[in-house]
Design a protein around this ligand. Structure first.
Ligand SMILES: [Zn+2]
Length: 416
């Protein structure tokens, strides 16, 4: 077998011919060309007249046995009647990429399950590059139909770039995956999602889980009026935690230096944990709060009772008990809980709907923690589209098959 045909077999790129190669300290450079004589436009893939100039370009390919491999070709600039001046289409790479598709798919596959150091170390590329590769892999291999068949969805925000920027993430509760991501967390972002979804598919949405903050409520009510809204249980719980913590802090301030202040020391976690998770020491601290500070203990009971109501499984029981809770909180003389009661009263129906559906954004929260890990790693990404691509790569259930070429001739020899 001649060297060129061996290389062609090893590369196994469709519509690609091998013209020669060069082996030096940089590795193996293979001179290739598209098998078609007439160039195609990389914008619209239509045939175009011969190019008017050309420049030698290289594309990084998968290593052969640890040796760096590049493809080299004089890429023509073409004048497309539809797209204007673009470069010609090559069969081994996406337009604008300095990597072959096989290389990019491998990066995408690794980025789905490996951290930054792993991917960059193994593939020998910068993290920034992983971001742009992820965008192309997602465009090429991402699901086309992720918005089809949605019935129950969650809409949630996540922050990136050290909390100053937000993405809105839409998840499918039934298939447990991310189906849409948009920049921002305003009503306009939700509008963009429903625009993409279209009227017909929107009318199929039965249920939307959201948290009580932000511009989501109004937008969901306006765009999907037939969908039932469920308020995320964990968000309700978080608000109760915040109210409790506010009471604790103001009590600590009020009793600064006093004997009672000692009892409040290091009580934060004892107060916030669910009772069955408390350690013995935390139980003792809680008992001392009960003796020393009735306001804080009252706040603790309010928080704990609210969580308990949400634990319930019968809607009518939960509804009755929530009514009692609201009355209690309003009389509690604890400002943060009076405020919380007001918020809960306003959103009562959606909160109780949790009890009947048991639907939370917990999966989305799980996704969020997955996303957040990615986001932390993605601080190096300059543009959010890379981050969005990483989210889809990791959380949309998309599969990238490992690159595995079986040289055609080897197959025929085996068959013979
Ligand atoms: Zn074109």
């Amino acid at each position: 077998m001649r060297a060129n045909s061996l290389l062609r077999q090893l590369l196994d790129q469709e519509h690609t011919i091998v013209r020669g190669f060069q082996l030096d300290e940089r590795g193996l450079t293979i001179d290739v060309a598209p098998a078609t004589r007439v160039p195609r436009c990389s914008g619209c893939t239509n045939r175009v007249p011969r190019g008017y100039d050309a420049r030698t370009r290289t594309w990084r390919h998968l290593d052969f046995a640890g040796m760096r491999v590049s493809l080299r070709y004089r890429l023509q600039r073409v004048d497309c009647p539809r797209c204007g001046v673009t470069s010609e289409l090559v069969p081994w790479a996406d337009p604008g990429s300095a990597f072959t598709r096989d290389f990019e798919d491998t990066v995408g596959l690794l980025a789905q399950r490996m951290d930054k150091t792993g991917v960059c170390g193994l593939m020998g590329i910068a993290w920034q590059t992983v971001g742009s590769v992820a965008s192309r892999v997602f465009r090429r291999r991402g699901p086309r139909d992720s918005l089809d068949g949605l019935r129950r969805i969650g809409i949630d925000e996540i922050s990136y770039k050290r909390r100053h920027h937000y993405l809105t993430v839409v998840t499918d509760h039934d298939r447990k995956r991310v189906v849409w991501v948009g920049i921002g967390r305003k009503a306009a972002t939700v509008d963009a999602f429903f625009d993409a979804l279209g009227e017909q598919r929107t009318s199929q949405i039965q249920l939307v889980s959201i948290d009580m903050a932000g511009g989501y409520i109004e937008a969901v009510k306006r765009r999907a009026p037939r969908a039932a809204i469920v308020f995320d249980r964990f968000h309700v719980q978080r608000l109760a935690h915040d109210a409790l913590d506010e009471v604790r802090r103001s009590e600590v301030r009020a009793q600064l230096g006093g004997a009672a202040a000692k009892a409040l020391k290091h009580t934060r976690w004892s107060l916030l944990k669910r009772p069955w998770n408390l350690t013995l020491g935390e139980r003792q601290r809680l008992a001392s709060v009960q003796n020393a500070n009735s306001a804080l203990y009252r706040a603790y009971l309010l928080k704990e009772t609210l969580c308990h109501i949400l634990d319930g499984r019968q809607v009518h029981v939960a509804a009755r008990r929530l009514g009692e809770w609201l009355a209690w909180a309003q009389r509690s003389r604890l400002k943060p809980f009076i405020r919380l009661a007001k918020t809960i009263k306003e959103h009562e129906e959606g909160i109780l709907r949790y009890v009947s559906t048991r639907l939370t954004n917990a999966f989305a929260e799980g996704i969020n923690s997955k996303v957040r890990t990615g986001v932390k790693q993605a601080y190096g990404f300059r543009d959010p589209s890379s981050l969005i691509a990483m989210i889809f790569l990791r959380c949309s259930g998309m599969t990238i098959p490992p690159v595995r070429h079986v040289p055609a001739r080897a197959v025929t020899q085996l068959a013979a």
